[in-house]
Design a protein around this ligand. Sequence first.
Ligand SMILES: [Zn+2]
Length: 92
Amino acid sequence: MKMKQIGTTTIDDFGRVLLQSEIRSMLGWQVGSQVDVYYADGNTALLQLAKEPRHDLCDICDEAERHITIKGINICKGCTENILQLSSFKLV
Ligand SMILES: [Zn+2]
């Protein structure tokens, strides 16, 4: 990945990093957008616009298959079958 510097900013007293409107506009980022922060080394980090969570995926295997939802967790048929198989084992 080739990177180029597009601005300089300062960390404020609350630890916030301001991205000027020109930079946000260039990136297409909106106020309130969620951003993932990746560590590269002691002097380098990378900001990446977080992906919108997909609510139609199984939370275990990420397959876009029909699923059931138990307490807010989406579980597809295949994973449900795996869980049922595991439940046949006796816990010691
Ligand atoms: Zn699944």
